[in-house]
Write a protein that binds this ligand. Structure first.
Ligand code: COA
Length: 316
């Protein structure tokens, strides 16, 4: 399986760190030094669906395909446009595709989960081309009075179309149950027969616990996919990592003993866009011409669950 095309979309509204200081006890200096984030994009006129649509259409154009060429749509989102139907079904209508479509939620690791899920369909020939779109609006999950979470996130969508070819060399997914580290509860509804309901809640995070998990799991996952593919870390051209925190990226890089230029980053402009993070960065690299055929690209993401995912691919 290989990647045939990529696309991405960000909301128009930029929100700088300075703007956050108007209603939060924080500072540009704190956010920059602790996270590497200078600004993020936040939904205003857009929706999760409109971002998904834009990123998907760009990926189709980049791949030179039409919506009718797509055999399956997988949307990764932590909070889709609607509870039901899935955002993937709505996206299908927006782009005019006729194929099975469904959402998956593996939090920030969603892109890697979707890639892994797509591979047997492509390898077996059951599907020729699969659209993977990660569309996230964590601004809808954040408590905007909680300075320890809302400063970290941004909204956006990233998409990739996969099809047959020599490309994906290895993948690895992990999951360990951990409710306390990162969670948000749905509205429990008004079922009169249920006495004890957990109220809906905003995103809650144990920052340092997630930080430690991220560094250890991402380093281990990247080593594992390199080993599975029989590739030395030094041979890898780019490490495209989930843009959660610049210090996490730096710690993983140091553990792997790799140079800075192999770790591209857009976190300063985007913040953490959850599962959209890796495909947005991949699309930016693709469109900038940084990716040339034959390059080895390692990808890694981690998030609520706790989940993690990594992949090693040869750019085709
Ligand atoms: N502005 C100013 N101060 C802030 C702040 C903000 N936006 N957010 C937290 N603080 C304060 C805390 O209240 C605490 O104050 P105290 O010492 O008076 O109690 C102090 O800063 C240190 O907090 P701490 O949580 O120890 O900071 P940290 O160095 O661990 O950085 C995170 C916090 C959230 C940036 C860091 O833990 C992190 O990035 N974790 C991973 C998060 C992540 O990536 N999640 C998504 C994964 S998909």
């Amino acid at each position: 399986m290989r990647i045939l095309g990529t696309g991405s979309a960000l909301p128009a509204r930029r929100v700088t760190n300075e703007e956050l200081t108007a209603f939060l006890d924080t500072s540009d200096e704190w956010i920059r030094t602790r996270t590497g984030i200078a600004e993020r994009r936040v939904l205003n006129e857009e929706s999760v669906l409109s971002l998904a649509r834009e990123a998907s259409l760009r990926a189709l154009e980049n791949a030179g395909l039409n919506a009718d060429d797509i055999d399956m749509i997988i949307v990764s989102t932590a909070k889709g446009e609607t509870v039901t139907p899935a955002t993937a079904n709505l996206l299908q209508g927006e782009i005019g595709a006729h194929c099975p479509a469904f959402d998956l939620n593996a939090a920030c690791s969603g892109f890697l989960y979707a890639l892994d899920l797509a591979q047997p369909y492509i390898d077996s020939g059951k599907a020729q081309r699969i659209l993977i779109t990660c569309a996230e609006a964590i601004s809808r999950l954040c408590d905007w009075t909680d300075r320890s979470t809302c400063v970290l996130f941004g909204d956006g969508a990233g998409a990739a179309i996969v099809g047959a070819g020599e490309g994906l060399l290895a993948t690895r997914l992990t999951s360990v149950p951990n409710l306390g580290a990162l969670n948000a509860y749905h509205d429990p509804g008004n079922n009169p027969f249920q006495e004890h309901k957990h109220p809906a809640s905003y995103l809650h995070m144990a920052g340092q616990e997630v930080f430690k998990f991220a560094v250890s799991t991402s380093s281990a996952d990247l080593r594992a996919v390199a080993e599975a593919a029989g590739v030395g870390l030094a041979e890898i051209d780019f490490f495209v990592l989930h843009q959660a925190n610049m210090r996490i990226l730096e710690a993983v890089r140091t553990r792997l003993g790799q140079p800075k230029e192999k770790f591209p980053s857009n976190i300063a402009r985007t913040g953490n866009t959850s599962s959209a993070s890796v495909p947005i960065l991949l699309d930016e690299l693709n469109r900038s011409g940084a990716l040339t055929p034959g390059m080895l690209i390692a990808m890694s993401a981690f998030g609520a669950g706790l989940t993690s995912g990594a992949a090693l691919l040869r750019w085709a």
